[in-house]
Design a protein around this ligand. Structure first.
Ligand code: TYM
Length: 344
């Protein structure tokens, strides 16, 4: 669906992370690090722990509480400042659920049926999946648009969901004859961290749900574990590191390790290969392990400190909910008017 993007409001960033399982290096490089970089470049950012999304799959209530705090701790430890950015929990702002219902009546079944994440997560038995799992991307659109966010930093796996958010925004604007009411949010996806792959299979995404623990680096791993996982990561039998980026073709595991080095060091793949091209993995892997440990240890340390005394996290989340509500509530009021709901 196309529409002239006539939205004229301010630029605003929104992104979310699910409180399910441990955060890993992919979440860090594809999302958390970007959030912090954008904050430090001066963007207004709203960052959400998406607990409503988490319950689309079975989750223990106590685990949900813990994991919600863990994600908030990771956001803060990675450098998001709750005074500068807004950090909050999705279920504490009611605009998300209200807008989801309205968007349920805008989105088409056919659009949702194309979503690959639903197919992957529901598996063969989609009849038994929750309705929430099917509706997941509509809630995601509501997350973004309840704030009229214009830009969404995410990893590459969220591309399809973002496209759906744009379609919902465009269709809402058209259906309710409100051109430019919602922005068509753009992804901020590019960059070396957009798609971090498994350390055991360079063709598979690094993922919270991979049963192989050595396939990912968790943000809570200690230095020895990080170093061990990198040293044991899969490479190939082509020999040394290639000298050029073209030489990475057909070598997904090596390309992934080079990409991780590039993302952590803020360099391009070319620059990494200029340093390590022609050298053996016996040189490259320890250098990568050192870089990862140097980069991640302070974050892990800060996360642990925050989690030891969650009062600071809870205070930040309470304040975040207030700030988020203050942005979303007037937008939801406008939406009610546009849709034609009765107002006293
Ligand atoms: P979630 O919780 O699965 O992942 C959080 C973020 O991490 C990114 N990511 C990766 N990036 C690079 N390489 C990887 N291997 C990798 N794995 C995960 C994801 O792209 C994401 O940016 N549906 C979303 C949460 C969400 C959301 C939103 C995001 C809900 N509402 C609104 C943006 C805007 C999700 O499940 O992310």
């Amino acid at each position: 669906m196309t529409e002239e993007a006539t939205y004229s409001g301010p630029n605003r960033i929104f992104s979310g992370i699910q409180p399910t399982g441990n955060l890993h290096l992919g979440n860090y490089l594809g999302a958390l690090k970007k959030f912090t970089d954008l904050q430090n470049e001066g963007w207004e950012g709203i960052y959400c722990v998406v607990d409503l999304h988490a319950i689309t799959m079975p989750v223990e209530p106590a685990a949900l509480q813990d994991q919600t705090r863990q994600i908030a701790a990771a956001m803060m430890a990675a450098g998001l400042d709750p005074d500068t950015s807004t950090i909050f929990v999705q279920s504490s702002v009611r605009a998300h659920t209200e807008l989801t219902w309205i968007f349920n009546c805008v989105a088409r079944m056919g659009w949702l049926e194309k979503m690959t994440q639903f197919k992957d997560k529901s598996g063969k038995d989609s009849e038994r999946a929750s309705v929430g799992l099917f509706d997941y991307p509509v809630l995601q659109a509501a997350d973004i648009l309840a704030y009229k966010a214009t830009h969404v930093p995410v990893g590459e796996d969220q591309k399809q969901h973002l496209e759906l958010s744009r379609n919902i925004a465009a269709r809402f604007n058209q259906q309710f004859d409100a051109p430019g009411f919602f922005p068509l949010p753009e992804g901020l996806i590019e960059g070396p961290g957009a798609r971090i792959m498994s350390l055991k299979d360079g063709t598979k995404k690094m993922s919270k749900s991979d049963p192989a623990e050595n396939s990912r680096i968790n943000l809570i791993d200690d230095a020895d574990t990080i170093a061990r996982k990198i040293k044991k990561s899969k490479t190939d039998t082509h020999g040394d590191m290639p000298e050029t980026v073209e030489g990475l073709e057909g070598r997904p595991e090596v390309a992934n390790l080079v990409g991780i080095y590039a993302a952590l060091s803020g360099q391009s793949d070319e620059q990494v290969l200029a340093e390590f091209g022609g050298k053996g993995f016996g040189t490259f892997k320890p250098a990568l392990a050192d870089l990862a440990v140097d980069h991640l240890s302070p974050i892990t340390q800060k996360m642990r400190e925050l989690l030891d005394d969650p009062a600071e996290i809870d205070a930040a989340l309470r304040k975040g909910a207030e700030k988020a509500n203050a942005v979303a509530e007037p937008i939801i009021e406008e939406v009610r008017r546009v849709v034609g709901f009765w107002q006293a």
